[in-house]
Design a binder for this molecule. Structure first.
Ligand code: PHE
Length: 463
């Protein structure tokens, strides 16, 4: 007799935990930047269409596989079909590659929070501060370790007492903070040295109004690819996480309803992150300020914006980094849970043991990631044209190579081998309706695998 698998206490607990996973650094530092680069509203519209079709199909598939098999990613795929066990291996490798660098970045956020709360925000806004910090010998490692240990403690306490409990507290606070800062950002008016006045509301226009100016078919294709890559990462798809979380969903939960809520939650937070960042960066730094992405936006532009705000900037900056810590922490928890649950199911070890083992592995690899900016510094070109350090290599391998392959494999497995009925039956077994069922079938069999293949070709520099 198999032991009954533990579960989230109810669907709200599950939705908040899954949304906690989905809402992370991707929503805050990548979505707004892509929107500004890719023609504002044009990107937003394409993104929303993709969420409701492509994202919806993949998210539904993974959660259904999890709930049906009641297994962790490493073992679930094999139990769907014996020939597809390798997908489980990929779904366990991806989070193991992601967690060390996600924790390293989590550590940077923690550092900036400390800097702002101790009133030293001005330093963080000075030239070269960010590079100075990440190239230090030990500090980045210490912050990474603190972030990783905080994650481990939550996972150690398990699904209901750890993950669900933390998500129930942090997610509502996160929503309030994001919306609060977004509203503030719209009230900004700033006059620069040459007397130009720029307002947050003008920045909002750049963000919201679709701009097709000078955009040909090829540019629109780029926007679609960008939106798809972002969506993939943002919904935490193709990294085993949603299979793991799906396995903790109660059999009497209405899966479709939860999925709609998770998508809505993730998209709204990404949208408000844009309202929070684009208007303020535009008002204080002009159009050029918006060109920075990723670490540059978060750790260089934002501190400058806060310092321009004067005294209020210390408070807003502290609140901002606190919010980012929450977003990153709930995501990191889900990454670790995917690995820990895999270790537990595969090697039949306790949660405690699995958590300790994975934390030790992640600490070692995380330390190597941190050293990638000092002792182990090197730069290599990637097939997609950018140059990379250790952190970027892990990010590239996981996001651009393995994740699309895993997602294509999943589409083939469900679309063609078991047939979409596998997922449809799981979703409707509670007697609830499967809205968009026809769409789901077309997506999983035809559209999603083709789009994913194009994404893979683009990410690996083939096209
Ligand atoms: N979905 C998260 C985000 O938007 C990213 C993430 C990556 C979450 C890996 C879990 C695992 O930032």
């Amino acid at each position: 007799m198999e032991k009954k698998r533990i579960s989230f206490s109810n669907s709200l607990g599950f939705v908040l935990a899954a949304a906690g996973s989905a809402v992370g650094l991707g929503n805050i530092w990548r979505f707004p930047y892509l929107a500004a680069k890719d023609g504002g509203g044009l990107f937003l519209v394409i993104y929303m269409i993709l969420v409701l079709t492509f994202g919806f199909a993949l998210l539904t598939t993974e959660l259904a596989i999890g709930r049906k098999t009641k297994q962790s990613p490493l073992t679930a795929y094999r139990s769907v079909h014996p020939k597809f066990g390798f997908l489980g291996l990929l779904a366990c490798i991806v989070p193991m590659l992601i967690i060390p660098y996600y924790s390293a970045i989590g550590g940077w956020v923690l550092k900036y929070f400390m800097v702002f709360i101790t009133g030293k925000g001005t330093e963080a806004a000075s030239d070269g501060y960010f590079t100075g910090f990440i190239t230090m010998d030990y500090q980045p490692m210490i912050y990474m370790a603190i972030f990783l240990l905080a994650t481990a403690v939550v996972v150690y306490f398990g699904v209901e007492k750890g993950i669900e409990k933390v998500s129930r507290v942090l997610m509502p606070i996160l929503v309030i903070l994001v919306v609060g800062i977004a509203v503030f950002s719209l009230t900004i008016t700033h006059t620069d040295e040459s007397g130009n006045v720029r307002t947050g509301l003008e920045g909002l226009k750049i963000y919201l109004i679709p701009s097709l100016e000078g955009k040909g078919i090829k540019d629109v294709a780029v926007v679609i690819m960008d939106a798809m890559g972002q969506l993939f990462y943002s919904l935490s798809i193709a990294m085993g996480i949603m299979v793991a979380y799906g396995s903790y969903v109660r059999d009497d939960d209405n899966l479709m309803k939860s999925i709609n809520r998770i998508e809505l939650f993730d998209t709204l937070i990404a949208f408000f992150a844009g309202v929070m960042i684009i208007p303020s960066v535009f008002a204080f730094m002009g159009r050029e300020g918006l060109d920075a992405s990723g670490p540059g936006l978060m750790f260089v532009s934002m501190p400058r914006v806060f310092m321009e705000m004067g005294a209020a900037g210390f408070v807003i900056g502290t609140v901002f980094f606190l919010m980012v810590i929450f977003a990153a922490l709930t995501s990191c928890i889900s990454i670790m849970e995917a690995i820990v649950s895999s270790f537990m199911d595969k090697f039949h070890i306790s949660r405690k043991k699995a958590t300790i083992i994975e934390t030790l592995i992640a600490l070692v690899v995380g330390a190597i990631v941190c050293m990638g900016y000092n002792k182990l510094y090197f730069e290599i070109p990637l097939p997609n044209g950018s140059t990379a350090q250790i952190l970027d290599i892990l990010d590239y391998l996981s996001n651009n190579v393995i994740m699309p392959i895993l997602a294509i494999g999943t589409c083939i497995l469900i679309g063609w081998v078991t047939g979409p009925k596998y997922v449809v039956d799981e979703v409707t077994k509670t007697g609830d309706r499967f809205g968009r069922k026809g769409l789901y079938i077309v997506m999983i069999r035809f559209v999603a695998p083709v789009l994913l293949f194009l994404l893979l070709l683009k990410a690996t520099g083939v096209i």
